[in-house]
Design a protein around this ligand. Structure first.
Ligand code: ZN
Length: 158
C-alpha cells in the first residue's frame, strides 16, 4: 500500500495517454516524475483529514493507508477539498518536473515555466491539466501536478 505510482493501475484510456506523453518527454528530454496514479479510499480519507483533523487522528489514518507520518507543521495545510477523488477511479495522475540530472527526484519548487511545459505538453496528449486547463492558471497552485481525462462536456470532438 502507500502511494501508488503504477501506470497500469489507471483506466486503460488514461494509461494509454499517459504512456504516450511520458514517451514523448523521454524523447524530448523533458524531466518528469510520476507522483501518484490510483488512490485508495483510505489514502483519500487521510489526505482529506490533513489540515482538518488533529494530528494523531490524521496520522492514524495515514498509518492505515501505508503513508508516512506527518509533522504538526505539515498538518496545518489542507491538501485536498475532495472527499472522493478522480484518482480513486484511475482517471487522474500527478506529475512533477524532475530535478535536472536527478532521475526520479521531484522538483516541487521548479520555476513556473517547468510546470507549464509539462502541463501544456500533457494537454497535447489529451490530458486535462487542471491547474491551467480550467482557465485559472495558478489559481490552484498547489494542484499543479494534477492531470485527468478531459470533461466530455468541455467541448472538443464528440
Ligand atoms: Zn491529483
Amino acid at each position: 500500500m502507500g502511494v501508488i505510482r503504477d501506470i497500469d493501475k489507471l483506466n486503460p484510456e488514461m494509461a494509454k495517454r499517459v504512456r504516450a506523453f511520458l514517451e514523448f518527454c523521454k524523447k524530448e528530454k523533458i524531466g518528469v516524475c510520476v507522483i501518484e496514479t490510483l488512490r485508495t479510499a483510505g489514502t483519500q480519507a487521510a489526505y482529506y483529514a490533513q489540515g482538518r483533523r488533529p494530528l494523531a487522528e490524521v496520522n492514524a489514518l495515514r498509518q492505515k493507508a501505508g503513508l508516512y507520518q506527518l509533522t504538526e507543521k505539515e498538518n496545518l495545510k489542507k491538501v485536498t477539498d475532495a472527499t472522493h477523488s478522480v484518482h480513486q477511479d484511475g482517471g487522474a495522475i500527478d506529475l512533477c518536473p524532475e530535478i535536472p540530472g536527478k532521475a526520479d527526484w521531484p522538483w516541487w519548487n521548479a520555476p513556473m515555466e517547468k510546470w507549464e511545459e509539462i502541463g501544456l505538453r500533457g494537454e497535447e496528449f489529451g490530458l486535462d491539466w487542471c491547474a491551467g486547463g480550467y482557465g485559472k492558471l495558478w489559481a490552484k497552485g498547489w494542484d499543479n501536478p494534477h492531470f485527468e481525462m478531459p470533461d466530455p462536456d468541455d467541448g472538443g470532438a464528440a
